[in-house]
Design a protein around this ligand. Structure first.
Ligand SMILES: Nc1ncnc2c1ncn2[C@@H]1O[C@H](COP(=O)(O)OP(=O)(O)O)[C@@H](O)[C@H]1O
Ligand SMILES: [Mg+2]
Length: 314
């Protein structure tokens, strides 16, 4: 059974009469990397600040490992490691000295644990260099190592890829997966860049204007389970076949060489095939076309804004 580490319940933030975060509900499980995706101003940082106690909660609650950040702050925050703004490190000290310094702020953090987190973020070869000689990516790793020192159950990173080069982003992906899976930590990571989230996260929540408009696992998004699959049917007379299908089923049909391309749900496909066969057409093959996550994402945002339009008319 998956373990819930973070529970967000009706979480709401108002600044004066502006709603920055609007009734969010979601959960993040142990070992899961949850991507919090939205454009600038969507409400990601405000949500993260409420989760970590850096901003007051207007309405709703946050439970971390079962403890309310409102009523059991210390028990809740004990389970959190977070980097909200870029981490402050002493550049004249080595990476190890920095970690030792932060470890001393807690009780009971051994050198063994320090070495463990160094390994988790892959800094073992450079940990005795001074931080002023570190690249941006290495500083980021050191920050994450620091956030992990006290073995939190939840790691929160607000736009951690900002300022990293593609190589740094790829490295971060590798060690964040290692952290989530090896330490069984729940990771909440925010970003405005879909392609980065796609390769890193297990689940993605899309936030727009303070509202969570979609939560899906990457697999669900990839499969486009909400009837947005694309099929290619290879047929002997594609023009004719395309016209027949369009007329009978009223679905979007494109032509591509000897294929007709259909945007429809899976359950229509058997009907289409028997219909075309009944018209004496020959089917040579049916294949699914993988949609890009980008495409699915754009569709989700589009359908959300269409819904909004139609509700505002009513
Ligand atoms: N301290 C604040 N006072 C008033 N409005 C704020 C404050 N902080 C953020 N906001 C507003 O809340 C909304 C969400 O901002 P933010 O959470 O920073 O978004 P994101 O991190 O997704 O870019 C924005 O409209 C922003 O202008
Ligand atoms: Mg932000």
């Amino acid at each position: 059974m998956a373990n819930v580490v973070l529970e967000i319940k009706n979480l709401t933030k108002k600044y004066k009469n502006r709603i920055a975060v609007d009734n969010l509900n979601f959960e993040v499980f142990a070992g899961e990397i949850f991507g919090f995706l939205g454009v600038n101003g969507a409400g990601k940082s405000t949500t993260i600040k409420m989760i970590t106690g850096l901003a007051t909660i207007t309405y709703g609650d946050v439970l971390i490992n079962g403890y309310s950040i409102k009523t059991d702050f210390e028990d809740a925050i004990m389970n959190v490691g977070a980097i909200i703004e870029s981490p402050d490190m002493y550049s004249y000290m080595t990476g190890f000295e920095n970690l030792k310094y932060f470890a001393n702020l807690y009780d009971n953090i051994s050198n063994k644990r320090i070495n463990e987190v160094v390994k988790l973020v892959g800094l073992e070869n450079r940990i005795n260099d001074k931080v002023k000689h570190y690249s941006m990516g290495m500083k980021q790793r050191l920050g994450i190592a620091q956030a992990l020192l006290h073995s939190p159950k939840l790691l929160i990173l607000d736009e951690p890829t900002n300022g990293l080069d593609p190589n740094g982003i790829q490295e971060m992906r590798i060690f964040l997966k290692r952290i989530a899976h090896k330490e069984n930590i729940a990771v909440l990571i925010s970003s405005h860049i879909l392609s980065e989230m796609e390769q890193l996260c297990d689940t993605i929540g899309i936030i727009e204007n303070g509202k969570l408009i979609e939560i899906k696992t990457i697999d669900q998004i990839r499969k486009g389970i909400e009837g947005s699959q694309v099929y290619a049917i290879k047929v002997d007379y594609p023009n004719y076949a395309g016209m027949l299908v369009y007329k009978k089923y009223n679905i979007e049909v494109e032509l591509a060489g000897s294929n007709i391309i259909l945007h429809c749900s899976e359950d229509i496909i058997p009907n289409v095939i028997s219909y075309l066969t009944s018209k004496n057409l020959s089917i040579f093959g049916v294949s699914t076309i993988q949609k890009s996550l980008e495409e699915v994402f754009v569709n989700i945002l589009k359908s959300n804004s269409n819904n909004k339009k139609s509700t505002s008319i009513n």
